[in-house]
Design a protein around this ligand. Structure first.
Ligand SMILES: Nc1ncnc2c1ncn2[C@@H]1O[C@H](COP(=O)(O)OP(=O)(O)O)[C@@H](O)[C@H]1O
Ligand SMILES: [Mg+2]
Length: 579
């Protein structure tokens, strides 16, 4: 936690230092009060026989001390809040920045819901612990030390009571903390699970309704929230032992002090005033200890959160481009796969792609067909290096893809993913993701190619139509066309469409393919499709099956020699004729 604290206080050092200093001042003024009290009783009442002037004077001093302590207290509260908010804000930004560096593998490791919890609830825990360390913990420790000094000065024999009590309390607290920490980690991971379920349900609410699965979903949620409840109890069960332990020690001390103190007064070695202030010091000591224990609880909670934050911050992207030549640009759209084999997990028994050899010239259009799970998406995702290969070599523009910086490689290779996404904002803003510097003409040209221009213009606000989060207010096919236009705007050397026209009607699909075949801009296009008609006119068609390339050829060649292709073509053709 302190490592994190040092690293992310950054611009907040002033308020971070101010907090503890103000707290210490507050304590010093607080402690003057019982001291003045003792003087009132011993001097004012006993020695001077009820000197009213003296008593009023000291009474006013007590009020003054209380006011000054209160002011310091309020100021420290403010500066601690400021410091803790700055601190967590810095961590949060660091997390977001880190996530941007993640590759697909890292992203798969941290589900969205878990990241959200780490950035919100966990950060709140951390902020509470931070506040508590300074406001409660430092205060309590300073208080403890100063009162201990005062007590020993008043009467060292009575002070022995604490010499016994404090180690007992301390040991108890440490044991409780050690037991609680792992339990809080479990609790946070249950929270993650609950949030994941919740997110899925709410995001998919339309599907849930459609399938009348509300009850099932409710049961499922009930189960995970019970799980959270259970682990919360499990964790809190340890923590609540604090209170009885504390009270036990407190009352034992009270009794011991009353007993010994009474005897000392009778024997004449202690004055009543001293005894009174002694009792209030005693209360202050014990409350400091309670403060320490509460604050330790929060620190334990926060430790679990800090671990989770660090997990996210320390994650190493598995794709490293630090050695790449930053000036190397993708010069043309040629692609080469040499003996590439790939699997998502090192421990997987079977390769997802086996022995892929492939040569694509710049400017060609390539179709890829194959059953789902054949590895089509995997194959194309390797080109912009969304995953790294361990075996074989992939070249783009004549150079190994590892020679390029990720930025330059991905500038050259534009990909429309199978699961695509638009962001909230206007259509135009979304399109500009492809190229922030594109002018209106270029935008319209890309949209015309992607067959998006006409439907965009049919909206009352045209290109300024506002899209919902995830683009839920346009149809699936329209969304796909917007995504294609966005990818085209990048003017990439290689354009990859992963099943990106599946929701478009055959006619629109055909027009998009024709527009892409326009050889003028010498862009290589790779089109993954379900329909033969989508790839029929491509220069080459790749047939994939079970992680291998089964066949490569033109439509006519494949029709002649490839049974699977022929069957597929004929059934789909019939479908069109009958439909
Ligand atoms: N991110 C991933 N992590 C692990 N396995 C994956 C991942 N994506 C795909 N796979 C697996 O790789 C195989 C090929 O998938 P994919 O390339 O998506 O096939 P296609 O696009 O041809 O339908 C499938 O068996 C799939 O389960
Ligand atoms: Mg796929």
């Amino acid at each position: 936690m302190f490592k994190l604290l040092f690293k992310y206080t950054k611009d907040g050092w002033k308020s971070a230092m101010l907090g503890p200093i103000l707290v210490i001042l507050e304590v010093i003024f607080d402690l003057g009060i019982p001291y003045a009290m003792a003087l009132i009783i011993d001097e004012g009442i006993n020695n001077r026989g009820g000197d009213i002037n003296y008593i009023v004077k000291l009474g006013l001093i007590m009020v003054g001390l209380a006011i000054v302590a209160g002011i310091f207290g309020a100021l420290s509260g403010i500066s601690v809040s400021v410091a803790s908010c700055r601190f967590t804000r810095n961590i949060r930004s660091a997390m977001l920045e880190k996530i941007q560096e993640y590759d697909f593998k890292n992203i798969e490791k941290f589900p969205v819901s878990s990241v959200v919890v780490r950035m919100t609830s966990d950060m709140r825990m951390l902020r509470m612990a931070y506040t508590s360390i300074i406001r409660t913990m430092i205060r309590a420790i300073v208080m403890l030390i100063l009162t201990a000094i005062m007590i020993f000065r008043l009467n060292s024999a009575l002070a022995n009571v604490f010499a016994v009590a404090i180690p007992i309390l301390g040991t108890g607290l440490i044991i409780i903390m050690m037991k609680a920490r792992p339990r809080f980690r479990i609790l946070m991971s249950k929270f993650d699970a609950m949030n994941a379920g919740l997110k899925e349900n709410i995001e998919g609410i339309r599907v849930v309704k459609n399938f009348v699965r509300a009850e099932y979903e409710e049961d499922k949620f009930e189960k995970v929230s019970k799980d959270v409840l259970k682990s919360q109890r499990y964790a809190e069960n340890v923590i609540i032992l604090n209170q009885p332990l504390f009270e036990l020690v407190m009352y034992a001390c009270m009794i011991a002090v009353a007993w010994y103190g009474g005897n000392f007064i009778i024997a004449g070695s202690l004055t009543t005033g001293q005894f009174m202030s002694y009792l209030s010091y005693l209360r202050q000591i014990l409350f400091s200890l309670l403060g320490i224990s509460i604050s330790l609880t929060q620190i334990v909670n926060a430790r679990a959160s800090v671990d989770r934050a660090n997990e996210l911050l320390d994650e190493k992207p598995s794709i490293d481009d630090s050695l790449a030549d930053k000036n190397l640009l993708v010069k043309d759209g040629s692609i080469e796969f040499n003996d590439v084999s790939f699997k998502y997990f090192d421990e997987a028994k079977k390769d997802t792609l086996t022995n892929i050899n492939l040569k694509i010239q710049s400017g060609e259009t390539i179709g890829i067909l194959g059953p789902t799970g054949a590895g089509k998406s995997t194959l194309v995702q390797l080109i912009p290096r969304l995953y790294d290969i361990k075996q074989g070599q992939i070249k783009v523009g004549g150079r190994d893809i590892k020679d390029y910086s990720l930025y330059n490689l991905r500038e050259g290779v534009s990909m429309v993913l199978q699961k695509n996404l638009l962001f909230s904002g206007t259509i135009k803003e979304n399109l500009l993701w492809g190229n922030p510097y594109a002018n209106d003409e270029e935008i319209i040209e890309a949209c015309k190619k992607a067959q998006a221009h006409d439907f965009i213009m049919s909206f009352p606000d045209g290109y300024n139509t506002v899209l919902d989060q995830g683009g839920n207010n346009v149809s699936g096919g329209q969304k796909q066309r917007l995504c294609i236009a966005r990818a085209l705007l990048k003017k990439p050397k290689i354009l990859i469409l992963d099943d990106s026209t599946s929701a478009c009607d055959t006619n629109t699909d055909k027009k998009i393919q024709e527009a892409l075949k326009n050889k003028l801009d010498s862009m290589t296009s790779i089109i993954i499709a379900q329909r033969v008609s989508s790839v029929k006119d491509c220069d080459h068609i790749i047939i994939m099956n079970d992680g291998r390339i089964d066949d490569i050829g033109t439509h006519d060649e494949l029709l002649n020699r490839n049974e699977v292709y022929k069957d597929l073509y004929e059934t789909q053709l019939q479908g069109v004729q009958n439909g």
